[in-house]
Design a protein around this ligand. Sequence first.
Ligand code: ADP
Ligand code: 5GP
Length: 210
Amino acid sequence: MPLEKDGVMIILSSPSGAGKTTLVKMLSEIDNYEISISHTTRQPRPNEKFNEDYFFVKEKEFKRLIKNEEFLEYAKVFKNLYGTTRTPVIDNLNKGKNVLFDIDWQGADQIKNKKLDYKLITFFILPPSKEVLFERLSNRDMKDKLIVDERMKQFERDVLHWINYDYVVINDDLKKCFLRIKNLIDAEINNDSKDYDSDFIRDHINKLTN
Ligand code: ADP
Ligand code: 5GP
């Protein structure tokens, strides 16, 4: 049983470009919320900060961390390795902080299967449409059309994982999406009724996948 004083684990996953990194950053502005900073072997993007957006490491260092069993979860995503180290997460949860994870479905599955003694809430973020997703990816990864094409192809596969999450949220208007997530977290923590329309979500997924 999770203790009342402990923090809550909140996972946001999505097909690339749907906006989970932006949303995680907005949520981290709330008092008592901390982002779990992942390790990755991918190259930093121009606007990314070392030890803030990621711990950028060489493959050799990543493999050392695997061998030392320091990861709570890790996975290969788009040819690069990504992982969450256990100690900072558990320390924050024990201090009563809510920990935000921006990780993919493989990592979310691993954390779910660990059945840790902390409350876990999982969100899957979707774009309003494929056209909007293409636009967002093109803006973000401006110089690299190949990356955009690869991630649009991957979308078709990634979107299928929505079924394993507690909530699916559509990131149309950023502020509204943020508030929807925040209200669902608060309702989960306080055991209140949830404002969540699963039929609407199913219709949206049908539109995205047909
Ligand atoms: P992800 O982490 O899911 O790959 P990002 O958070 O990096 O996605 O968002 C992809 C791009 O879309 C970024 O350039 C971001 O600023 C932009 N973006 C995110 N959410 C919205 C939104 N609701 N409306 C418009 N642009 C958005
Ligand atoms: P990006 O390269 O765009 O920052 O991230 C690519 C994908 O890797 C995203 O789906 C992101 O959520 C995921 N990711 C980032 N960090 C981790 C992590 O520590 N573990 C796992 N499993 N996935 C991660």
